[in-house]
Design a protein around this ligand. Structure first.
Ligand SMILES: N[C@@H](CCC(=O)N[C@@H](CS)C(=O)NCC(=O)O)C(=O)O
Length: 209
């Protein structure tokens, strides 16, 4: 049995839950992080020394880092020529670059915006910083909008792990209230396509908290 440790409103946990849904994988989830705590107990730290969520436990195999968990699940449980994470090296590398871009570039830029609007009381918001941060992350989403011109999904004609990862962050962009997003027609079309995926609706397309 697969166990996923982490609260359900974490974007990094949501990606993993969505991926399990795409693979029709049963799992149990244990709340951890923020108000649930548990992630700094000695037992948790012995599984995941970073004290972050998510952590995956699959039998006696333990893994942390959300995108690594996605790759593992797709390789371990996807069919050999899995559409989610194709084995062909050039295709796989194009998917991997988006997974890397998401963690190295997009997440550091989107996190302050999300935290300011969703998890900070209005009176305590620093508006000048917020405006600057929205502009910065908007430029990154615009890069994705440009990439998506003429494409159905991010890479290949099929839905892949790249769509899972960026789709989870996209909810935290399109779901924000009071943000000037500018025109991103390709990104919007792609985002609407994700709404056809039950895993997106069930685990990601929820009120932001
Ligand atoms: N790069 C890591 C980031 C993990 C991370 O920062 N997780 C956040 C939640 S999204 C966390 O553990 N926050 C502390 C908490 O929830 O208490 C990953 O992708 O798994």
């Amino acid at each position: 049995m697969i166990t996923i440790w982490g609260r359900a409103n974490s974007v990094n946990v949501q990606k993993v839950l969505w991926c399990c849904d795409e693979l029709s994988l049963p799992y149990e989830r244990i709340d951890a992080g923020m108000q649930f705590g548990r992630n700094n107990t000695p037992d948790y730290l012995s599984m995941n020394p970073t004290g972050k969520i998510p952590t995956l436990v699959d039998g006696d195999y333990v893994l942390w880092e959300s995108n690594s968990i996605l790759r593992y699940l797709a390789m371990q449980y996807g069919p050999p020529s899995s559409f989610l994470y194709p084995a062909e090296p050039k295709t796989r590398a194009r998917i991997d670059r988006w997974l890397d871009w998401a963690l190295s570039t997009l997440q550091p830029a989107e996190r302050p915006v999300f935290w300011s609007i969703v998890r900070t009381p209005e009176a305590a918001r620093e508006l000048a910083a917020l405006e600057r941060d929205v502009r910065a992350v908007g430029l990154l989403w615009k890069q994705l909008d440009t990439h998506l011109a003429g494409r159905f999904f991010l890479e290949t004609d099929n839905f892949t792990l790249a769509d899972v990862v960026l789709g989870a962050y996209a909810k935290r962009w399109f779901g924000l209230e009071g943000v000037e997003r500018g025109s991103m027609p390709n990104l919007e079309r792609w985002y609407l396509r994700l709404e056809h995926r039950p895993g997106f609706r069930k685990y990601v397309d929820l009120p932001l908290t």
